[in-house]
Design a protein around this ligand. Structure first.
Ligand SMILES: [Zn+2]
Length: 180
């Protein structure tokens, strides 16, 4: 009899404890919301003051036609055609429009999708994440936080440790080689 009382108390205490500490995020927000929202909020201010705003004419003058169509018109390069999908040198990938450092080569992986893929951004506050419902899909668009340039999309089917796959157009990036 005593044992049953103890088991009951144990279960009740366990349930109470779980209710106290269970994550407050709803299930549908899951992995990447949990992952990037925390540190994005605090640092948004910093990005706002550094924001680069230019007219379409100015961007057109500064960017190549391919860069302009991706970064400013949200275009997508054809898979397996960009300059970085199969590029695995040591260095940093920066925004082709404003030079913000976005991805490190040691977070790049071969995803087989035909676009450069990264499991992590250098700093999630350098990225704007936005729901994209175009083409009958619900995706998360990623943009450069500093200049607003379109980069690509992020999916939650990437490898550990983040489980993310930043699927980025080569045409929105430039590569800065580092000596090891
Ligand atoms: Zn940029």
């Amino acid at each position: 009899m005593n044992r049953i009382v103890y088991i009951f108390i144990f279960i009740a205490a366990g349930t109470g404890l779980w209710l106290l500490i269970k994550p407050s995020y709803p299930e549908h927000k899951r992995i990447f919301n949990n992952y990037y929202e925390k540190d994005t909020v605090n640092r948004k201010e910093k990005n706002m003051e550094q924001k680069i705003i230019k007219t379409d004419e100015e961007w057109k003058r500064e960017l190549t036609p391919e860069e302009y169509s991706i970064l400013r018109e949200k275009g997508t390069e054809r898979p397996f055609t960009g300059k970085y999908w199969d590029h695995f040198e040591y260095g940093t990938y920066i925004c082709a429009a404003c030079g913000t450092e976005l991805f490190e080569s040691d977070t790049k992986f071969e995803s087989g999708c035909g676009w450069p893929s990264y499991f992590q951004a250098i700093d999630s506050s350098r990225i704007i994440y936005k729901e994209d419902k175009s083409y009958g899909m619900i995706r998360t668009e990623v943009m450069c936080a500093r200049c607003g340039g379109h980069l690509g999309h992020v999916f939650d089917d990437g490898p550990p440790p983040t489980g993310l796959r930043y699927c980025i157009n080569s045409g929105s990036l430039k590569f800065i080689s580092k000596v090891k």
